[in-house]
Design a protein around this ligand. Structure first.
Ligand code: CAA
Length: 402
């Protein structure tokens, strides 16, 4: 049997090794933010989640509270109105929100990771001052517009046109499934300048609500996350000043894909939060519900379900934090974000179904939150790239590594 020996040089005590080693515990700052957001979410958002779902109501007041709590610019530097925390903190915030109200977690992540982040990473100084700063302060809300009626997974097939005329683009086309739909102020729109160039012709533009020729289609009636305003947006000869372009003409596809890397971490965290929220309810119910003369948490069938769910939730959380940690190191994290999103979303679906099962008949009625968690979980397998797209991204990155 062969033995792998640690090279002797690595055995010399080196103080820098401690700093470089992988930590599995949260920092004090991360624990603080977790405690703060948990309190806000439990006190303010959870009690309203059922009403928001029933009435398909966009909880504007929740966004305002997130803004007042300095959470809208969490990962951006202070000079752009943010608080400069890391992406693990961001995942913690999204998870805590999703545990209480999935609608609130998605309106927040669409604002931070899908719209404000690309302005931070791709914008110039003037754009960061003018567009990012009010977004960080929560004075302006963001929305991300990539999909179209005829293109979802195949982003490069976008047909919304942006034709440059002097110092403006003239935009014509329709974008689908826009989260924060009619509520946002700034829309990050990926448009085509020359269809012959395919993905290399795409451009990323910030289009402001109220621009000429910019209107909204119908609000979608969804299975879950019912409070997050989702609609089509329509552009008819909409002029967009060139100073609202992120990067250059031709950068649009890379802006979209790099933005989705960060966005997928947000969806993974959302899925972890939904699953954890469902687990918490199932656990509480199992301690109260009596069957066969004992509370059902004393039945091994229920214990096994709770145990398996807990293992899967922790696994998904670790995958999510791993992707965040790579992002914070400035390394490429495309594969890890896709892995986290794929595993967490499918885990959330499996575990919310188990939560309904633990509740039995009460899981199937709207008096209890179990069915809402199950409906809210489904979208995490679809938006910001379906599970099938995540498998493509993971596989293509694995092949490149070989
Ligand atoms: N970061 C930076 N650049 C990237 C990148 C990334 N993550 N991924 C790809 N690129 C670059 C490549 O390097 C390549 O560059 P060059 O042209 O210079 O060589 C270029 O982009 C093309 O890359 P690919 O050949 O890999 O692209 P592809 O056409 O094969 O497609 C895809 C890739 C994975 C299928 C991609 O289209 C994709 O992710 N589709 C899913 C889109 C999606 O998630 N849509 C959801 C919409 S958002 C939403 O859900 C709404 C909401 O509000 C929540």
């Amino acid at each position: 049997m062969s033995h792998i020996k640690i090279p002797k040089t690595n055995m010399i005590v080196d103080t820098s090794i401690k700093e470089k080693s992988l930590s599995f515990s949260l920092t004090d700052d991360q624990r603080d933010i977790q405690a703060i957001v948990r309190e806000i979410a439990e006190d303010e958002f959870a009690p309203k989640a059922r009403e928001i779902d029933r009435n398909h109501r966009f909880p504007r007041e929740n966004f305002e509270l997130l803004a007042a709590s300095d959470l809208c610019g969490l990962t951006f530097p202070e000079k752009y109105g943010g608080v400069g925390l890391d992406h693990i903190s961001y995942a913690i915030v999204v998870e805590e929100l999703a545990k209480a109200c999935a609608t609130t977690s998605v309106l927040y992540s669409a604002h931070v990771s899908l719209t404000a982040s690309p302005v931070y990473y791709w914008g110039n100084e003037e754009q960061k001052q003018r567009i990012l700063t009010p977004m960080s302060q929560g004075k302006k809300m963001g929305a991300f517009a990539l999909s179209e009626p005829g293109s979802g997974s195949d982003s490069a097939a976008a047909r919304c046109m942006a034709i440059k005329k002097g110092d403006h683009f003239i935009v014509n086309g329709v974008k689908n499934w826009i989260t924060n739909g009619i509520e946002a102020d700034y829309y990050l729109v990926i448009a085509q300048t020359d269809p012959a160039l395919k993905h290399k012709g795409l451009v990323a533009l910030i289009i402001e609500k109220g621009s000429k020729g910019f209107s909204f289609g119908k609000l979608e009636d969804k299975l879950g996350i019912k409070g997050s305003s989702t609609c089509q947006i329509i552009f008819e000869d909409t002029p967009v000043p060139i100073e609202n372009m992120l990067g250059n003409i031709g950068d649009g596809f890379k802006v979209a894909m790099s933005t989705l890397d960060g966005g997928r971490i947000g969806i993974a965290a959302q899925a972890v939060g939904i699953a954890q929220g469902a687990w918490n309810h199932a656990y509480k119910y199992s301690k109260e519900r009596v069957a066969f003369g004992k509370t059902i948490n004393q039945l091994q069938a229920i214990q096994f379900m709770l145990a398996e769910m807990a293992v899967e939730i922790d696994t998904a959380r670790l995958l999510t934090y791993n992707a965040c940690a790579l992002q914070d190191c400035g390394e490429r994290f495309t594969k890890q974000a896709a892995m986290a999103k794929l595993y967490a979303s499918e885990m959330a679906m499996r575990n919310t179904v188990k939560c309904v099962q633990i509740f039995g008949g009460y899981g199937y009625v709207t008096d209890y939150p179990a069915e809402r968690y199950m409906r809210d979980a489904k979208i995490t397998e679809i938006y910001e790239g379906t599970s099938e797209i995540q498998r493509i991204v993971i596989a293509s990155n694995l092949l490149k590594e070989q």
